[in-house]
Design a protein around this ligand. Structure first.
Ligand code: FRU
Length: 485
């Protein structure tokens, strides 16, 4: 049963750990708690935020609503990792406790500056009539790892755009000797776009440079959430989450995560794509992806996304929690195309190979190879081989169809349960299974597919067509899941 929340309940301020101690204890009993994915201590986790490498550690924050699987007052929750594989909870990073962010610290990014680490986020201010004013705010990490806010926002919203102006992504462009902030936005006539601000200084002097132009995409969705721009091997990659529109092959979903490869010209504020937009991930549940700041290698980016979608509902809602971060991925350009692979360190989670006897361990990694032609794979089948998530490859059509209707626990049926992935000859699938997620890397990362999945007790089998072979690795847990607020 879907729970109804009042505004007061959703926007309740967290006074201290005691407020959610019992909720945490209850949630710990859930079978679906992830074992090697970052997830919320209680309540809801959504967008990754402030993702960066700094002084030998990876910092990852996420949008957190403590009270349940609902979008309300948002905090930045902080997790750290030495290697992008094992994660420790650090508690709240940014609290919505000023005038500027009184109704939430919304998404944003990180920037390493000399010996300091800065974070840029959207302060979601609402007045007593619930009228929204989004501010672009900043905070610095102090020696103890606490985030200290700047007294004043860097800038407020523009009146000539709608109230949807948020999710600052900050970068430095050496050729221009300037910092730029991209803000996800909506025009007054409800078209998605990004606004660009510039400054010679990191924390002052910010001015509006103009609206981003992407020729051919002046009318592409109604809001571009979480814009992110990153350079990989000399190519600019523009990633964002367009919403309020359906897109081909994405069922009835109105939330997407796409990218362009191309070139960003800061003189004309024009991003010239080399081709059409591409889906960052072809799965059901993948959104608001963000690349880490301060990755020293010019040939790769590291990306994390929210496993989940806005406006969608998941079975753990009943347990008052939902969402998790995706595994971090390495992004590279191969033959002019973006390829995504799981971060290398994940092999350290393997505890040994499991017998390929038709059952899947609770948490595991699969290396699946196909020798050509049509292919069939089903995961989480019942003991009699029925049900599960089915993957059917049609070689002539070049389409891999993923169908999750066979699972006992179905969800978001009206949005989509069957999706097609264009695949040019299915060679291999690298899969990661955690308690409530499935991530597929297809053909050495040419395509990816991410979904939540909630297998019940009897759903642990698999079947594979004769032209396929599978290696199964048992994995160990790598998230502490400790109660730290
Ligand atoms: C994307 C988003 C962002 C916003 C945040 C609020 O999921 O809507 O645009 O900053 O979530 O939680």
């Amino acid at each position: 049963m879907k729970r109804e929340w009042t505004l007061e309940e959703r926007y309740r301020v967290l006074e201290g750990p005691d407020d959610v101690k019992d909720l945490y204890a209850a949630i710990q009993k859930s079978w679906y708690r992830q074992k090697y994915h970052v997830q919320p201590v209680t309540g809801l986790s959504s967008d990754p935020n402030g993702f960066a490498f700094f002084e030998g550690k990876w910092h990852l924050f996420y949008q957190w609503c403590p009270w349940g699987a609902v979008h309300g007052l948002k905090y930045w929750y902080h997790a750290v990792s030495p290697d992008l594989v094992s994660w420790e909870n650090c508690g709240v990073g940014i609290y919505p406790d000023t005038f500027y962010d009184n109704k939430g610290c919304h998404s944003g990014s990180a920037f390493a500056y000399g010996d300091d680490m800065y974070f840029f986020y959207t302060g979601n201010h609402r007045d007593e009539n619930w009228v929204r004013t989004p501010f672009t705010c900043a905070a610095r990490m102090d020696e103890e790892g606490r985030l200290v806010k700047l007294d004043k926002p860097l800038f407020g919203p523009r009146e000539d755009y709608a109230e949807h102006q948020r999710d600052p992504k900050i970068i430095y462009v050496p050729e221009k000797k300037k910092y730029y902030i991209f803000i996800g936005a909506q025009t007054l006539d409800k078209k998605g776009t990004a606004l660009i601000y510039e400054s010679e200084e990191l924390l002052s002097g910010w001015r509006f440079a103009g609206q981003l132009h992407v020729p051919g995409y002046e009318d592409f969705g109604g809001m571009w959430e979480c814009p992110c721009i990153v350079n990989i091997s000399g190519k600019d990659v523009l990633i964002f989450s367009p919403q309020y529109t359906t897109l081909p092959g994405r069922g009835n979903s109105t939330n997407h995560n796409v990218y362009f490869i191309g070139r960003m010209d800061y003189d004309t504020l024009t991003f010239t794509p080399e081709g059409d937009y591409q889906y960052l991930d072809y799965g059901f549940d993948f959104y608001a992806a963000q690349c880490a700041a301060n990755v020293a290698d010019p040939d790769k980016a590291i990306l994390v996304a929210w496993i989940g979608l806005p406006d969608n509902h998941y079975p753990t809602e009943e347990e008052d929690w939902e969402g998790s971060m995706s595994l971090p991925r390495e992004l590279r350009i191969r033959d002019g195309k973006l390829v995504q692979t799981p971060v290398e360190g994940l092999v350290s989670l393997r505890t040994g190979e499991a017998a390929a006897d038709g059952t899947l361990p609770d948490i595991c990694e699969l290396e699946i190879a196909f020798s050509g032609g049509n292919a069939d794979l089903a995961l989480f089948t019942r003991p009699d081989g029925s049900g599960g998530v089915t993957l059917r490859y049609d070689e002539a059509a070049g389409v891999l169809t993923v169908d999750r209707r066979g699972m006992d626990k179905r969800f978001n049926e009206k949005v989509f349960e069957v999706l097609e992935v264009p695949v040019n000859g299915l060679r291999n699938i690298h899969a990661f299974i955690d308690r409530s997620s499935l991530e597929l890397y297809i053909n050495d990362g040419e395509r990816t597919f991410t979904t939540h999945i909630y297998p019940t007790e009897g759903e642990h089998g698999y079947t594979i067509s004769d032209n396929g072979s599978m290696k199964i690795y048992n994995l160990k847990a790598s998230v502490t899941d400790e109660f730290v607020i």
